[in-house]
Design a binder for this molecule. Structure first.
Ligand code: CMC
Length: 390
């Protein structure tokens, strides 16, 4: 672990780390991902995100994150077959999803589903690297099935069984929509999965690594990571973006005036700003182009045009750029996906990054345990309170 540049507090007297939200703190070394926030560069294990989004599939990226190299075509085929073989949910989980209130938050349903999955995995507490690799594959295969099964049940629709072949992107859209998705939709969705797969030490990955570093199991770490992703300052932002776009549309409001009014109230505009990027998030740039193409093809330009106006006013008024959640929301909406599934979809992709970080963490584990600078009172005594008069 890199410690030389950590602003550590070693005892009560030395100067404590004063980095609010751990901004700028380098907590560990990784070979999985590099982000240059000044240049707007994102690299997965040596490959630029633009290259991967244009030329690699989600399955190839999953392999890359887990193994540090791209697979051969044979290895990709093997991985696709492994995903297909792992797609079936234990029947008890389907029963639990049937008992879940239909208005339950899909992220809460997913978090619960992942936790329950561990009860039916005989390898849940096997901490060997081989078993952990198999669990990474199993979770990646099953999370989309959890999401689509929950969604079909809550809508009173028949559950669509996963296919025994095909890509993750194809299967997800097929199980969700109950019909064969078009080739263009699968390609777009696959690229979205590539773009969301990994992003360094973001809040959910950090949460997962902290849990993993206690030598707890993969399911516990992933359950915690899903909980972190749910928050609106992290993955939950994409749902709020769509709420905002829908609100502007419903009110037939002028997007610029709407945003100016939000800023005047000191409200956060969801999908903008980033802890690391100080320029355009490269994923947002790719998603903007994808939305442009998709909305032309589908003849629905309103989200694209509205988004460009919002982007413009946010840059002028606040110097803030869109992050991954801004354009992905409109891409998913244009593909016909309900907005409360946007964050679960983020999780179905990020599971590859989370598990890659856990595999890395366990190769050379050390408990992650920072300190806090105590600012509370000292020298108080219970005697003065007369707590036990008898
Ligand atoms: N809308 C309005 N003002 C903003 C926004 C925003 N989206 N983001 C940052 N600011 C302002 C903030 O008010 C503050 O201004 P001032 O210094 O005048 O008080 C300044 O920018 C710095 O903000 P911060 O909260 O200290 O920055 P941070 O690094 O702690 O927060 C963030 C990063 C992503 C939480 C924040 O930009 C935000 O709340 N964005 C909206 C939520 C969002 O889109 N989240 C998705 C993040 S990226 C993908 C992911 O991880 O899921």
């Amino acid at each position: 672990m890199a410690t030389s540049n950590l602003p550590l507090s070693t005892n009560g007297k030395s100067k404590p780390a004063q980095s609010g939200g751990l901004e700028g703190v380098v907590a560990l070394e990784t070979k999985i991902c590099h982000i240059d926030g000044q240049k707007g560069e994102l690299i997965y294990a040596g490959y630029d995100i633009q290259d991967l989004a244009a030329n690699a599939t989600f399955e190839e990226v999953a392999f890359l994150l887990w193994n540090g190299r791209l697979p051969s075509s044979e290895e990709t085929e093997v991985l696709i077959r492994k995903f297909a073989a792992e797609r079936t949910l234990p029947p008890m989980i389907v029963d639990i999803l049937r008992m879940t209130p239909e208005d339950a938050n899909p992220m809460a349903a997913l978090r619960t589903g992942i936790s329950v999955l561990s009860l039916f995995d005989g390898e849940a507490d096997d901490s060997s690297p081989e078993a952990n690799y198999r669990k990474a594959i199993r979770l990646t295969a099953r999370i989309p099935v959890l999401i689509t099964t929950f969604d079909r049940i809550r809508k009173g629709k028949e559950i669509v069984q996963p296919l025994r072949e095909g890509s993750e992107a194809h299967n997800f859209l097929y199980m969700l929509l109950g019909e064969e998705p078009g080739e263009a939709a699968v390609r777009t969705f696959d690229a979205c999965l590539v773009l969301h797969a990994e992003h360094g030490l973001n809040a959910s990955t950090f949460a997962g690594r902290v849990i993993g570093a206690t030598l707890s199991d993969m399911y516990s770490a992933i359950t915690g990571a899903v909980g972190a992703l749910k928050g609106p300052l992290h993955g939950g932002a994409n749902i709020r973006v769509m709420e905002m776009l829908n609100d502007i549309d419903r009110k037939n409001a002028n997007p610029k005036a709407y945003i100016q009014s939000l800023l005047a109230q000191k409200a956060r505009v969801m999908g903008f700003g980033h802890r690391v990027y100080k320029t355009l998030d490269p994923r947002a740039a790719i998603l903007r182009e994808m939305l442009d193409d998709l909305s032309r093809e589908r003849g629905t330009r309103k989200w694209y045009e509205m988004s460009l106006e919002i982007m413009d006013i946010m840059e002028t008024e606040k110097g803030l750029y869109p992050n991954v959640d801004f354009f992905s929301a409109s891409v998913y909406a244009t593909l016909g996906i309900d907005s409360d599934l946007f964050t679960p979809i983020f999780a179905q992709s990020r599971i590859t990054g989370w598990t890659a970080h856990l595999l890395e963490q366990w190769k050379d584990n050390r408990l992650i345990r920072p300190r806090a600078a105590y600012t509370g009172p000292r020298g108080l005594s219970t005697k003065r309170l007369n707590l036990n008069p008898g």
